[in-house]
Design a protein around this ligand. Sequence first.
Ligand SMILES: Nc1ncnc2c1ncn2[C@@H]1O[C@H](COP(=O)(O)OP(=O)(O)O)[C@@H](O)[C@H]1O
Ligand SMILES: [Mg+2]
Length: 230
Amino acid sequence: MSGYADALGFSGAPFFKDVSDAELWLPPSKSRLVDDLCEALTERAQVLLVGEPGVGKTCVLRALRTRLPPEKVRLTYCHNATLGRRDFYRQLCTALGLTPSATAAAVFHAVTTHVQELGRDRLHPVFLLDEAHLLHQDTLDHLHILLNYEWDQRALLSLVLVGLPELKDRLELRRNRSLHSRIHVRFTIGPTTPEDTCDYLRARLGKVGCERVSPPGSSCTKITAITGHH
Ligand SMILES: Nc1ncnc2c1ncn2[C@@H]1O[C@H](COP(=O)(O)OP(=O)(O)O)[C@@H](O)[C@H]1O
Ligand SMILES: [Mg+2]
């Protein structure tokens, strides 16, 4: 344990990065977002989620993972978006437990066949693409083709594109309109409010045994002094 945590009588370092799913902090604003994402994916929608670095996008995805019913939804998480089209599909193959084939066409065929089989089993595949602002244009150009398949008049898979705000700007470009027009559910995580910041500090400090973040009944005076929010 770190010296300062010891000196303050905490049971551990309060702000370690490796938070378990069970310990994720979900203030009402984030909890609503997870609900909305669940609803959108249950309805087989395509989703865009943007926000500045550190606002909690990836943590929201993790909270979502524990909320979606595994008998109805098959989640695949891809975080390496910096790949060209062929390598992107190869990574998708690996994530889906398929053997990556040699050619781009074979990989695309393997992915779409697999997705159709899942559809037959009534399992809805959801691809979470984190850091999607880094997607190569040739990969982006191709993504809407993955969404073209329809089975019983429903989309066969949901794509959740997650990234920095510039991803939204990029999708709004004329070149990307085929993809953009298919993404009907769009969320932005804004800057954390002072109330949420207080709540976050209280939650994380509480986990290591610090209960006196602010005296009972008072506002967040001490925390606002630390964070600079007023
Ligand atoms: N819901 C949460 N519960 C606990 N810690 C969180 C939560 N959201 C964010 N954090 C903390 O903030 C850091 C950045 O969050 P992250 O989800 O990685 O942001 P983003 O993906 O938007 O860049 C995380 O590593 C974690 O320490
Ligand atoms: Mg992230």
